[in-house]
Ligand binder design. Structure first.
Ligand code: BG6
Length: 491
């Protein structure tokens, strides 16, 4: 694969001592540097409030790289060269302290592409942007990257977007949803629009329903402070799962250009039928994990993970039934679920086709199963089309389900880059196709907000489910009421 270097850039990362920077951003930048995509003069200006110098920060950075980079990908001289391009700046992004040093450093290369990456809590995006504006460091060639979640609800999302917009234009604003950077998620567009066989079947005439599952085995992993204020609906559904739903449901964009793709996603979000307060109990399920066992090991429940000595009503599991009010998707429910401490880490999409209208085969020959397309986003990326075929042999006519199976890993035998690698390079290139536009983020909040409000106004708590199960039993009831079942294969 030919790697085209991006322009030389300076990337200022606010929140440089935080988990996201150390676990995701620095390793992603290391890989792009190693592969020659980042020009050697580029700089990473790591900005945070701690009192550190370059050497101390680089020490932390190297520990993080060792931890998050596969040993086979480690190249000592490259790592040293990479770290020599990382500079620490002590600055309080939200107050006036420490900005002179950042100004001086940036002034050394005033014509470079500048990326301001907000790896901080969303309530700082506005204050930091204002400081960037006040110190005159936002040039024409600058972009700002905002991590999800943008805000806590529609109102706070609008406020943050307004504050950032005082300094950066919409074209300079890159709202990250790292699911959009996953290879297999981008592949959904290739699958749908680079093949003629699927698009003609992609509608209510042929599709019975769609399932989207993003299951994790991990718990809250030391992020309890953030997570307990957020919960699965805000942390996963409002962004990652709705973005997947958009890519599955959108009409053909006129091109791959950023606004064409985002216009089509926005249409899907706007066509989502609002879930009314009285429907929340039947169309949504929220759960919280209790103690149990995952992958054979006992694990504590959410409250213990949180270290909380107070009850929490935060959900760690959500299942819901969404409907898209368009001709294409009339009567095709989208069942969506996500949760922590489920039995397997798996993200997959199931397209369940309608049953054949009539069977010409004798009952004893076949229990005809409708076709099913399973798109595995992670792990073991691949795709499987399940179909009925005749069992070979002369012993009479017998049909059975067989699968056309593609493993992307085997087909391409390549390392799947982490989504941040692609997204960081796209910000430098100024390509916003895989980023969320302001109106998309706000439309997604507008759809989930009535659900949050209805949950908050009800006295009952989320249903408990044992860690290591597929969520509360009401999630099974949600789909079985419609005479359908979740697709589950435990490895
Ligand atoms: C993040 C959420 O956006 O996505 C986390 O905040 C979640 O709670 C993570 O664990 C899942 O991402 P991935 O790439 O591991 O599927």
């Amino acid at each position: 694969m030919k790697i085209v270097p991006v322009a030389t850039f300076d990337c200022v990362v606010f929140g440089a001592t935080g988990d996201l920077t150390l676990r995701k951003l620095l390793p992603a930048l290391y890989y792009r540097f190693r592969d020659g995509q980042i020009p050697p003069d580029s700089r990473i200006l790591a900005a945070a409030r701690s009192n550190l110098d370059d050497a101390e920060y680089r020490h932390r950075a190297i520990d993080a790289l060792h931890k998050h980079i596969a040993r086979t990908d480690w190249d000592e001289p490259v790592a040293r060269r990479f770290l020599s391009r990382v500079f620490y700046v002590r600055v309080d992004g939200a107050s006036i302290e420490g900005w002179e040093k950042l100004e001086q450093l940036l002034a050394e290369h005033s014509d470079r592409v500048r990326v301001f990456y907000m790896a901080t809590s969303p309530d700082l995006y506005g204050p930091i942007s204002r400081n960037i504006g006040a110190h005159g460091v936002a040039t024409k060639n600058s972009r700002v990257v905002l991590e999800k979640p943008i805000g806590h609800d529609l109102k706070s999302a609008r406020e943050i977007n307004d504050q950032v917009a005082e300094v950066f234009s919409e074209a300079q604003t890159f709202r990250i949803d790292h699911y959009l950077g996953k290879e297999t998620v981008q592949n959904l567009l290739a699958l749908r629009f680079a093949n003629s066989i699927f698009e003609r079947l992609w509608n209510t005439d042929v599709i019975d329903h769609v399932q989207i599952t993003v299951a994790e085995t991990v718990g809250v992993e030391g992020r309890g402070g953030y997570y307990d204020r957020s919960g699965a609906l805000r942390d996963m559904v409002q962004n990652h799962l709705l973005q997947l739903l958009c890519l599955l449901a959108l009409d053909s964009p006129i091109s791959m250009d950023a606004n064409s793709v985002r216009d089509e996603k926005l249409k899907v979000l706007r066509a989502l039928r609002p879930i009314r307060p009285h429907e929340v109990a039947t169309l949504t399920v929220r759960g919280q994990y209790g103690p149990g066992a995952v992958e054979g090991k006992p694990v504590p429940g959410y409250l213990e993970d949180l270290g909380a000595n107070y009850p929490s009503r935060t959900e760690t599991f959500v299942a819901l039934k969404a409907e898209i009010h368009t001709w294409r998707w009339a009567n095709v429910p989208f069942y969506v679920r996500t949760g922590k401490r489920l039995p397997q880490k798996v993200s997959e999409i199931v397209i369940q086709f309608r049953a054949v209208p009539f069977s010409i085969f004798p009952i004893e020959a076949a229990d005809l199963q409708p076709n099913r397309l399973i798109i595995r986003l992670q792990p073991e990326e691949g795709m499987r089309l399940e179909m009925m075929t005749k069992e070979p042999g002369p012993g009479g006519l017998r049909l059975r389900p067989t699968a056309l199976d593609i493993s992307f890993e085997k087909a391409f035998a390549t390392r799947y880059p982490d989504s941040y690698e692609r997204l960081l390079m796209d910000t430098v290139r100024g390509n916003a196709t895989l980023f969320m536009r302001r109106d998309e983020v706000e439309a997604a909040w507008a759809w989930v907000e009535p659900i949050i409000e209805a949950w908050e106004s009800r006295a009952e708590s989320p249903r408990l489910y044992p860690a290591g199960s597929w969520g509360p039993t009401s999630a099974i009831a949600l789909i079985e009421r419609d005479r359908r079942t979740w697709h589950e294969e435990v490895a």
